[in-house]
Design a protein around this ligand. Structure first.
Ligand code: ADP
Length: 496
């Protein structure tokens, strides 16, 4: 709202010559009725008339008169506060032709002041009732505002934080690095967090470190750069996520234990071979010794064979134990190709007895991914066993499995596709294929693919099915490459 300026022009002796519209409106006077009367008589309240008269006449005499403050009086007797000043009107010869009285109607100014402070109160109330913590910092990283939610989240009162460097709210090493991030941004303008949301760590007054979602905006107010941070404490969400993750791991583990029976039957077969060989070699050794014909070189050769077969059997058992073990869930640098080979070893009996021809096209040097190997191998076991079951059930005469690994550029990652020449889905894969309890098998549980999907998604990847050409099903999974140099976490947490 523009401030109302009341203007009256008087002759050097004070007679009113002009009133502007605002002056007429504020006083209720019409120029016609007061023209020629002294300015101070018609405008000023009686007790300020003398002050105005004196000021006016001094201004008319060419003096610089300081501004005055007092009451003016309207036609109906109502008074109102005005802050006014004088300026002389002079002609080319320096003769005073009149004096302009310029008054600021303080009712308007007061109202504006009241409205401004109300707006500020409202603004503060909004900030204070916000569920999210909101804080602003200047270009040097000093905290300029800190709302109630921020007080609650960090455990500091606003007064303890205002004016201090925002890095006090971050744990090391980000605390030490924050000024550098800010400086970097201000010099390079390269945005790492501004305009984006990031998951970062915060430090409470009591020293605890907690996860938070931070989004940062940048504004320039009256030439000053201000960064606004909106903060959400996600400790609870993280705990829920962790719990969900734990349950999912339990479920995945149960599914592995469930499949152990089948796998063990196959592996028992695998162990039979080395055991039979061991028995054969040891029997031969005994006979040589009994007959007194033991040739040292021959005995040693047989013992080596026994040891080798023993290792083979132990390897089979190790593989099965590893598959069902329930270790700490951890993602470690790992090669997806190695997992494909491990899974084919684990299932070799099942593949053999069902006469499945296996073609693998997995490049030797696939880039390393961050994997929970046991779980990713569980996904591959599921896909391969589903394919074998589908082909066997449909009595495919020459069952064939193709496993292909590839590096993908956009998005950057590694994919593995398992194709079979079974019955496929009788068209496009059904929408609910990866939903829990979806099964077309008599004794199926319909958990396999839904667990696969959860495992792959927990790795930040994707899994999908397609019809294979010329027939059968194709299941693919794609897993992302870890952030370059493993620096992702650091950058994410610490970026300005
Ligand atoms: P289940 O094996 O207990 O049925 P899954 O979740 O592993 O549970 O599989 C769900 C369904 O997906 C299967 O019942 C089957 O209909 C379909 N399916 C999975 N793999 C294949 C495949 N290779 N070919 C055809 N159908 C498949």
């Amino acid at each position: 709202m523009p401030g109302r300026i009341l203007v009256a022009i008087g002759a050097p002796n004070g007679d009113i010559r002009q009133l502007n519209h605002h002056c007429e409106a504020a006083t209720g006077l019409a120029l016609a009725e007061c023209r020629g009367q002294p300015v101070w008589q018609r405008l000023a309240a009686p007790e300020h008339a003398e002050t105005m008269r004196e000021g006016f006449l001094r201004a008319a005499a060419g003096e610089d008169v300081p501004d005055q403050h007092g009451s003016w009086q309207a036609r109906d007797g109502k008074r109102f506060a005005v802050h006014w000043g004088y300026s002389g009107l002079r002609d080319a010869d320096g003769q005073t032709q009149g004096v302009v009285v310029t008054g600021a109607d303080m009712r308007v100014a007061d109202r504006m002041q009241a409205e401004l402070s109300e707006a500020l109160d409202r603004h503060q109330a909004i900030l204070d009732t916000a569920v999210d913590g909101i804080l602003t910092i200047d270009g040097a990283g000093r905290v300029q505002s800190f709302n109630r939610a921020a007080e609650r989240i960090f455990g500091y009162r606003a007064v303890e934080v205002l004016g201090r460097n925002v890095s006090m709210l971050m744990p090391q090493p980000y605390r030490a690095e924050h000024d550098g991030y800010l400086h970097n941004y201000l010099t390079t303008r390269r945005k790492k967090i501004i305009g984006l949301g990031r998951e970062v760590e915060g430090l409470r007054k009591d020293g605890t470190v907690f996860p938070l979602d931070l989004s940062v905006g940048e504004v320039v107010v009256s030439g000053q750069r201000v960064f606004t941070g909106i903060i959400r404490d996600i400790t609870d969400r993280k705990q829920i996520e962790q719990e969900a993750r734990r349950r999912q791991d339990e479920l995945a583990h149960m599914a592995r234990v469930h499949s152990m029976g089948d796998l063990a039957a196959g592996l028992a077969h695998e162990i039979n071979q080395p055991l039979t060989a061991i028995l054969g070699f040891s029997g031969a050794c005994s006979r040589m010794i009994d007959a007194g014909t033991a040739d040292m070189a021959l005995l040693r050769d047989s013992m080596q064979q026994i040891a080798r077969q023993g290792e083979r059997a132990a390897e089979v058992i190790r593989r099965l134990r590893k598959y069902v073990e329930k270790g700490e869930i951890e993602q470690q640098p790992s090669d997806l190709g190695a997992s494909v080979h491990e899974v084919l070893e684990l299932l070799q009996h099942e593949l053999k007895v069902n006469s499945v021809r296996v073609l693998t096209k997995v490049p030797d040097a696939l880039p390393q991914l961050l994997l929970d190997r046991v779980q990713i191998e569980q996904v591959l076991v599921n896909l391969v066993r589903n394919a074998v079951q589908a082909m066997v059930e449909a009595r495919v005469s020459a069952p064939e499995l193709q496993i292909e690994g590839a590096v993908s550029d956009a998005p950057v990652g590694v994919s593995v596709t398992v194709r079979d020449n079974g019955p496929g889905f009788g068209g496009n894969p059904p929408d609910q294929l990866f939903a829990p309890f979806f099964t077309t098998k008599k004794d199926g549980l319909g958990q396999g693919l839904s667990i696969c999907r959860r495992i792959v998604e927990a790795h930040g990847g994707r899994i999908w099915a397609e019809r294979n050409q010329p027939g059968g099903a194709a299941f693919s999974l794609w897993l992302p490459l870890p952030p370059p140099g493993g620096a992702g976490v650091h950058e994410i947490r610490g970026a300005a």
